[in-house]
Design a protein around this ligand. Structure first.
Ligand code: PBG
Length: 311
């Protein structure tokens, strides 16, 4: 029997996600046992600055990838939206299980909807993507930085520090958070690339483990997320850029991707909707739509390099 070492951040969400994956793998084979190893990442250590100011992509994944490459752990479960567009040589996303609800949720004092918030209300989020899209429809709102795990953030809403906060539905559902909120529709707030999906990362050379992980891969999730990540890659963005995308596969098998790039203040929002069969080509095409509309200038205004020749 092989013991598989699973690297996980220590947050409740990370441990819950790792636990869910281990449980479904245990149901597939009894030739393996699993041991969880805690890893502290840069994103966990730096809590006092807005994530976009910390800089660098993949704040939550770098240390975990080093542990994978050094052979200290065998696989890791990440939130897909925390994954940079490109992985280090020698590692791969071997499995993408069924996606959870990809929406963002507005939780507010008195259960007000986004449209009903008092003018000037204080909304907590550290996501430039959420801030930009909310400001686009409600430029009067005051966006304030709010970091920390899901429980901390809900605590800051309850204590009255904020009139509203925005969280991913997926995280709330996986943690069993019972608070009721408004599911923000995609035409108001389009989710982060990969939101709601998990990425199971391992060494490309570990064929035995890859075969096991493949048993919990969900084809539709994997294909749609692949299109979203191809879009992200063409725009050369990380989680600290107001980039959003969501791809669906229709009953006819056709993929439809909605993508967006916004200025941080929400005054400029470029959008595209494209359909196709091939996820990589579709993501690239949608990104090139936005580049043709001027997305390059928006991204470079942020001081983030957007190399039009990067593939
Ligand atoms: N940014 C942190 C993070 N990374 C993944 C999730 C939730 C799970 C998901 O979106 O897949 C969250 C919390 C949140 O955004 O509220």
């Amino acid at each position: 029997m092989r013991t598989i070492r699973v690297g996980s951040r220590k947050s409740t969400l990370a441990l819950t996600q790792s636990g869910l994956v281990i449980e479904s793998l245990s149901n597939k084979s009894d030739r393996f046992s699993f041991a969880v190893q805690h890893i502290v990442t840069k994103g966990d250590r730096i809590l006092d600055v807005t994530l976009s100011k910390v800089g660098g992509k993949g704040l939550f994944v770098k240390e975990i990838e080093r542990a994978l490459l050094d052979g200290e752990i065998d696989f890791a479960v990440h939130s897909m939206k925390d994954m940079p567009a490109e992985l280090p040589e020698g590692l791969e996303i071997a499995s993408i299980p069924l996606r959870e609800d990809p929406h963002d949720v507005l939780l507010s004092q008195g259960h007000k909807r986004l449209e009903e918030l008092t003018p000037g209300a204080v909304v907590g989020t550290s996501s430039l993507r959420r801030a930009a899209q909310i400001l686009n429809v409600r430029p009067d709102l005051n966006i304030r930085s709010l970091r920390g795990n899901v429980d901390t953030r809900i605590g800051r809403l309850k204590s009255g520090d904020f009139d509203a906060i925005v969280l991913a539905a997926a995280g709330m559902k996986r943690l069993g958070v019972s608070e009721k909120g408004e599911n923000l529709p995609f035409n108001r707030v389009l989710p982060a690339v990969g939101q709601g999906a998990l990425a199971i990362e391992c060494r490309s050379s570990d064929d035995e483990l890859k075969a096991l992980l493949n048993t919990i891969n969900h084809d539709e999730t994997a294909v749609t997320v692949r299109a979203e990540r191809s879009f992200l890659k063409r725009l050369n963005g990380g989680c600290q850029v107001p980039i959003a995308a969501f791809c669906e596969r229709g009953n006819d098998g056709i993929l439809t991707l909605s993508g967006l790039v916004a200025s941080v203040d929400g005054t400029k929002i470029l959008k595209t909707v494209r359909s196709g069969n091939q996820p990589d080509a579709l993501g690239t095409l949608a990104a090139e739509d936005l580049l043709a509309q001027g997305a390059g200038e928006i991204l470079s205004d942020l001081g983030i390099e957007s190399d039009p020749d990067a593939r």
